[in-house]
Ligand binder design. Structure first.
Ligand code: NAP
Length: 258
């Protein structure tokens, strides 16, 4: 046996010795490797040649689940936390396309950044590492909640969370998406109508919106283009479509997009 290459033992078998038992061994090895994450099938994004580097800031319920789905689609993910050593299980589940670090590493690494933290954390994140996100596609899935996010909650919802969070991230290509979901919808993307659940998207940069639409499809959900960032208010927490589980067609109707 030769030295392992990237952790996989390499066997050299001569044709003379290629007996029935060697064939059985080779087949068993092929089967074992095909079920290993390292040999996972190419995901949709990889097949379509649009795999990207994505930094995830906040790797909890939403950030963790979405990151896993994107890794499965073929994207490279850097999950981040204030305690990155606690993310090893997550990284292993997304192997080999994942790593872990602090938020600044995720912001530096990603062509796309997902903000999956409480919105009350965003002013500080913007101040500390906003410069690393300038010019990048930044997805904001936050929903302000007074008991958790403090006295600015009402102001942010009044303004619309798209415009509100943009104040803290100047120069980022900010797109609001995924905030209208419940976490369970990521595990089961088919709604009561029997169709895929729709994900409203709002942002001022058309190319960024298109990138996010593909990333929504990569999670098994259906993108719904709503328009400019100010329209994120129409699917913010408290709006009729928020966490409604409606299909893309139902959302278009409800949001007057026809
Ligand atoms: N859960 C849902 O169904 C759902 C659906 C749609 C949108 N959202 C929105 O998604 C966001 C995340 O929700 P979640 O349910 O995923 O929450 P979560 O499970 O608590 O995860 C949030 C993560 O943010 C990080 N975090 C918390 N406070 C922070 C701070 N001050 N600075 C930096 N990082 C901080 C934490 O990571 P570390 O402690 O590891 O650093 C935590 O893992 C929220 O804005 C929420 O409103 C949630």
């Amino acid at each position: 046996m030769q030295q392992p290459i990237v952790g996989i033992p390499v066997f050299r078998i001569s044709w003379n010795a290629f007996t029935a038992s060697a064939l059985a061994l080779a087949l068993a090895l092929a089967l074992a490797l095909s079920s290993s994450p390292l040999f996972a099938q190419a995901g949709l994004a990889e097949q379509e040649g649009r795999a990207m580097r994505i930094g995830i800031i906040g790797s909890g319920t939403m950030g963790g689940a979405i990151g896993l789905l994107w890794a499965e689609a073929g994207h490279e993910i850097l999950f981040s936390s204030r305690n990155p050593d606690e993310l090893m299980d997550l990284v292993q589940s997304a192997a080999p396309r994942a790593s872990a670090g602090y938020a600044d590493a995720a912001a530096y690494f990603g062509d796309v950044i997902l903000l999956a933290v409480p919105p009350g954390a965003i002013p500080q994140i913007g101040e500390d590492i906003g410069h690393l996100m300038q010019g990048k596609v930044v997805i904001d899935l936050t929903n302000p909640r007074a008991d958790r996010d403090g006295p600015l909650t009402d102001e942010w919802l009044e303004m619309g969370t798209g415009l509100a969070m943009a104040q803290y991230l100047p120069g980022a290509r900010l797109v609001k998406a995924f905030n209208s979901l419940g976490a369970r919808m990521l595990a089961n993307p088919i709604g009561r109508s029997g169709e895929k659940i729709g994900v409203p998207i709002a942002g001022d940069d058309a190319e960024a919106r298109d990138i996010v639409a593909d990333l929504v499809r990569d999670t098994g959900l259906e993108p719904v283009m709503v328009g400019r960032l100010e329209r994120a208010k129409e699917f913010d927490r408290g709006s009729p479509v928020w966490v409604s589980g409606q299909s893309a067609a139902q959302l278009r109707e409800a949001l007057n997009l026809r």
